[in-house]
Design a protein around this ligand. Structure first.
Ligand code: AHR
Length: 524
C-alpha cells in the first residue's frame, strides 16, 4: 500500500491527511480470442413458496390496493423486466417436494400447509396459472421443479399434460376451463430438489432409478417445443464438494453415459450457499471487515466446486451436452432479528453485490459447462433482488449488479489477463481484483470489474491486443461501508453511478472505488 501524505496550510494551520494512491493493474484483452457464450440463463431466479417470497412479494391478489395485474404486483414486475430475468425456478426448493399442483388450479383452491417453512397456511391462490401469468408478465421462461419426494411420476406427468398438450384431452379441457386454451411453454423441468436431503433423503442409486422413471414419463406435449425449443430436463446434482457429493455426480453421470433411448437429461444441478457456519450465523448487516473478508473468501469456493464437478462430467460427457445448473446459490445469513426464522429474511449489503459479481464471473469463466444458475431467492428471501413491505418496495445491491450485468446475457466470453494483486485482512488473503470480459451481438466489448478491497482504490489500464479503445462508458456500484444496505427509507445507498473512463492513446484507464462493482462498455 502506498500512501502519500499531503500537507495543506489552511488559515495558518497545518492539516495532514492521507491521500490513498491507487494500485495500478493492467488488464490485457484480445477480443479476437472468444470463448463460449455466457448463457443468459445463468442470470436465472428462484421463487419458492417460503416466507414472503411469493405471497406479498409477487402475489397480492386482484383485490389488493397495491397496484397489480391479475393479482401480481406491478412494481415487482417492472423491476424484474428491467433485469431481463431469463427463467424462474418454481415452486421450490424443499416446498416443491410437497407440492401437489391440483391444489393450486381452478376456482376452488385447497388450503393446505407449508410444513417445510414454518408450517404456515398455504392458500394455493398462487398456483400454476398465476405462475405462468407472472413469468409471461416479466418475459421469463418457466423452470418447474416437479415433486419426486412425496409425489408420483403420474402426478408429474399429468401436470405436464395439463400444461402442454394442444390436443382436446380431459386435462387440456380443464386448462381451457381455467382460462388458458393455448398450451403453455415449459422451458425447463427439474426432476426433484435436493433428493439427498429435504427431497426424500435418497441414496444416489435410489434417486437414479426415480430420475429414469420421471425422465421417461413426464413429457412435454407442446407441438411448438420440438428440436431447439425442447424442454430441458435437469437432474438433482450435488450439494458440496466432499466425497459424498463427487460420488453423487459420478453415479448420475456414469449412468448418463450408458443411458438407453428411454431416458435422458440435459442438466445436473449444483446447490451451494455461502454460509461459512451452519446454522447460518453471520449477520447480513451490522458486520465489519472481518466478516466481509470471511464471507467473500467462502464464496470463492464456488470456483473449486464448479471445477471439481465439471471434471467428473467431462469424463462421461466430453461433449458437454449436460449443463451444470447451479440452481441454488447466494449468501445465507442469520435471520434478521424479529423476523420469523423460518422465513429466511436477511438484509442485502454491498458485500452481497460483490458476492454476486464474483459468482457470476465464475459462471461466465465456466460458460461452456455452466449454462444455467438461479440465485436464491428472488424476493424477500435470502439473497434477494427485491424486498417488499406491503406497498413499499426496495431494490437491493444484488439487484443492481444483475441489472449492470444484463449486457453479458448471451454475450461471448473473452479472456482477460491481469495480475489481481492481494487484499489481506485478518490473515486471509484474497485476490484484490476480479474481471471478466465479453463481446455482445453487436460486437461491443463489455468489462465487469470488481475491486474486492474495501479500503484501497485500484487504477486499471485496459490494453486491447491488436486494437485500440475509441471510447468507453460505464457504471459503478459502491457504498460507504462494507455493510451498507438499501432500505425503504434510504433506497439509494448502494446504487450504480455513471463513471467516465479516460481514453488516451487507444488505452483506457479508470480508478475503481474500494468495494465496488463496475461494468464498462468499450468501443474499439
Ligand atoms: O433456498 C432455501 C432452501 O435451501 C431450499 O428450499 C432448499 O432446496 C435448500 O436447502
Amino acid at each position: 500500500m502506498r500512501q502519500i501524505l499531503v500537507c495543506l496550510i489552511l488559515f495558518g494551520a497545518a492539516l495532514t491527511f492521507p491521500v490513498i494512491a491507487a494500485e495500478k493493474v493492467e488488464l490485457s484483452i484480445d477480443a479476437s480470442k472468444t470463448g463460449a457464450k455466457i448463457d443468459r440463463n445463468i442470470f436465472g431466479q428462484f421463487a419458492e413458496h417460503l416466507g414472503n417470497g411469493v405471497y406479498e412479494g409477487i402475489w397480492v391478489g386482484p383485490d389488493s390496493k397495491i397496484p397489480n395485474t391479475r393479482g401480481i404486483r406491478n412494481d415487482v414486475v417492472a423491476a424484474l423486466k428491467a433485469i431481463k430475468v431469463p427463467n424462474v425456478r418454481w415452486p421450490g426448493g424443499c416446498f416443491a417436494d410437497e407440492y401437489h399442483w391440483r391444489k393450486g388450479i381452478g376456482p376452488q383452491r385447497t388450503v393446505s400447509l407449508n410444513p417445510s417453512w414454518g408450517g404456515v397456511i398455504e392458500p394455493n391462490t398462487f398456483g400454476t396459472h398465476e405462475f405462468m401469468d407472472f413469468i409471461e408478465q416479466i418475459g421469463a421462461e418457466a423452470y418447474l421443479s416437479v415433486n419426486v419426494g412425496s409425489g408420483t411420476p403420474q402426478e408429474a406427468a399429468e401436470w405436464l399434460e395439463y400444461l402442454t398438450t394442444a390436443q382436446p384431452t380431459t386435462l387440456a379441457k380443464e386448462r381451457t376451463a381455467n382460462g388458458h386454451p393455448a398450451p403453455y411453454k415449459i422451458g425447463y423441468l427439474g426432476i426433484g430438489n435436493e433428493c439427498w436431503d429435504c427431497g426424500g433423503n435418497m441414496t444416489a442409486d435410489f434417486y437414479l432409478s426415480q430420475l429414469k422413471i420421471y425422465s421417461r414419463f413426464v413429457r412435454n406435449f407442446n407441438p411448438e417445443q420440438k428440436d431447439k425449443q425442447q424442454m430441458l430436463k435437469i437432474a438433482v446434482g450435488p450439494g458440496g464438494g466432499e466425497t459424498r457429493w463427487t460420488d453423487w455426480t459420478e453415479t448420475i453421470m456414469k449412468a448418463y453415459e450408458r443411458r438407453q433411448w428411454s431416458w435422458d437429461i440435459d442438466g445436473l444441478s449444483l446447490h451451494n450457499y455461502t454460509v461459512v457456519k451452519w446454522p447460518p450465523a453471520y449477520a447480513s448487516v451490522g458486520f465489519g471487515e472481518k466478516e466481509y473478508i470471511q464471507i467473500l473468501k467462502s464464496t470463492l469456493d464456488m470456483e473449486e466446486l464448479v471445477r471439481k464437478h465439471s471434471a467428473i462430467m467431462d469424463k462421461y460427457d466430453p461433449q458437454k451436452k449436460v449443463a451444470l445448473v447451479v440452481d441454488e446459490w447466494g449468501g445465507w445469513y442469520a435471520p434478521l432479528p424479529g423476523s420469523n426464522p423460518d422465513f429466511l429474511v436477511q438484509q442485502n449489503s454491498v458485500r452481497d453485490a460483490i458476492l454476486a459479481a464474483l459468482n457470476l464471473n465464475i459462471f461466465a469463466r465456466h460458460a461452456e459447462r455452466v449454462r444455467m444458475a438461479n440465485i436464491a431467492q428472488m424476493i424477500n428471501v435470502l439473497q434477494a433482488m427485491i424486498m417488499t413491505d406491503k406497498e413499499k418496495m426496495v431494490l437491493t445491491p444484488t439487484y443492481h449488479v444483475f441489472k449492470m450485468y444484463v449486457p453479458f446475457q448471451d454475450a461471448v466470453f473473452v479472456p482477460v489477463t491481469f495480475d489481481a494483486g492481494a487484499y489481506i485482512h485478518n490473515n486471509i488473503s484474497l485476490p484484490r481484483l476480479d474481471a471478466i470480459a465479453a463481446k455482445d451481438k453487436s460486437g461491443k466489448l463489455w468489462l465487469g470489474i470488481t475491486n474486492i478491497d474495501p479500503n484501497q482504490p485500484v487504477e486499471i489500464q485496459v490494453n486491447l491486443a491488436g486494437s485500440t479503445v475509441k471510447s468507453a462508458a460505464g457504471e459503478t456500484l459502491t457504498a460507504p461501508k462494507v455493510d451498507s444496505v438499501n432500505t425503504f427509507e434510504s433506497p439509494k445507498t448502494a446504487v450504480p453511478k455513471p463513471v467516465s473512463p479516460m481514453v488516451q492513446g487507444g488505452k483506457l484507464t479508470l480508478k475503481l472505488e474500494p468495494k465496488s462493482v463496475t461494468v464498462i462498455s468499450v468501443e474499439q
